[in-house]
Design a protein around this ligand. Structure first.
Ligand code: PRT
Ligand code: ZN
Length: 286
């Protein structure tokens, strides 16, 4: 029987869609028949398991799955023997302490003596201990944000992304305990034949993630501005330059980082570049 790498992903929730998209962007095809909990991919030796995110670190540690995609927040909270081996760039959020808007706050020492409600007791207790704060941690499993208004706790520690949940519950963020994103985790001692598959998968994941940071740029430049244009374009190597049918003009192609895009475009325009096209890159293999 063919060896398959078992990858656990979230069944339904905030990480599900991005996890599936990442696997598809790696060129791996699969179709999940109506909500089954496992499915085998067509063109890569991978089997997908659909699980609750909280269960993923445990299943990977117990070798029910070989690897998993889950938030760092869950990995740290569960304290299972798994290794985060790739940061995936989605599911970004922070775990923060929040207080009622009216509470005064001058620093972490003000948390002393408070009751803090959270679904992340391990991460929070560790944070409090590191800061020498003595507070009592109340573990609750959901709707943490309503704890202060129902008198269950004076503070909360919960995940925040836009901040609108805190705002609409009359709370303010006062400390960031952890910054988190989705990660690929692997269990201990993967058998060699699975390791080979994992290496191939990681190579594809990195090519996809890398490509997301870059754009391909094409432009036309008068030949007397070529030197300046080439200087401006950071590129991975030197840009490709091709003569245009129009005499005195060249076409220049290069790769630039997304965060430099507009600054570079403005400088190129200033030296006479025209007809610029910026296109996404699907995969980048270095
Ligand atoms: O059913 P299952 O157990 O699998 O899912 P779940 O309900 O436990 O998790 P889910 O799908 O809500 O979140 C999965 C993962 O997404 C989390 O473990 C984080 O790693 C990541 N993530 C990113 C978030 C958020 N952003 C987020 N904003 N997880 C939860 N939230 C919640 C937060 O708890 C709060 O209730 O969204 C609310 C705050 O959002 P804002 O935008 O109002 O600040
Ligand atoms: Zn969960």
């Amino acid at each position: 029987m063919e060896t398959l790498l078992r990858l656990a992903i979230q069944k339904s929730g905030r990480l599900s869609e991005s996890s599936v998209k990442l696997i598809e962007a790696c060129g791996i095809r699969f179709s999940r028949a109506n909500n089954t909990l496992r499915c085998v991919t067509d063109n890569f030796p991978l089997e997908l398991l659909y699980l609750r995110d909280d269960d993923i670190p445990g299943y990977v540690a117990d070798r029910v799955a070989d690897v998993g995609i889950v938030g760092e927040n869950v990995v740290l909270e569960k304290q299972k023997p798994v290794d985060p081996i790739e940061r995936l760039g989605f599911g970004k959020c922070r775990l923060s302490v929040a207080l009622p808007k009216s509470a005064s706050y001058n620093g972490v020492a003000d948390l002393n003596g408070l009751h803090i409600a959270t679904s992340y007791p391990n991460i929070l207790s560790d944070f409090l201990a590191r800061h020498g704060v003595e507070a009592s941690v109340h573990e609750i499993s959901g709707s943490v944000e309503i704890a202060p208004s129902i008198g269950l706790a004076e503070a909360i520690c919960d995940l925040v992304s836009s901040g609108s949940t805190l705002l609409s519950n009359g709370l303010k963020e006062v400390e960031t305990v952890l910054r988190s994103e989705a990660v690929l985790i692997a269990g201990p001692d993967l058998p060699a034949e699975k390791q080979v598959i994992l290496d191939a998968l990681r190579f594809r994941i990195r090519s996809v993630l890398k490509a997301q940071d870059f754009k391909y740029i094409l432009l036309n430049a008068p030949n007397d501005a070529l030197e300046e244009v080439i200087e401006i374009l950071p590129g991975m190597k030197s840009p490709t330059v091709m003569p245009l049918a129009d005499e005195g003009w060249s076409s220049v192609h290069s790769v630039i980082q997304e965060h430099q895009l507009w600054e570079v475009i403005e400088r190129l325009r200033a030296v006479g570049a025209q007809g610029m096209l910026v296109v996404p890159i699907e995969k980048m293999v270095l």
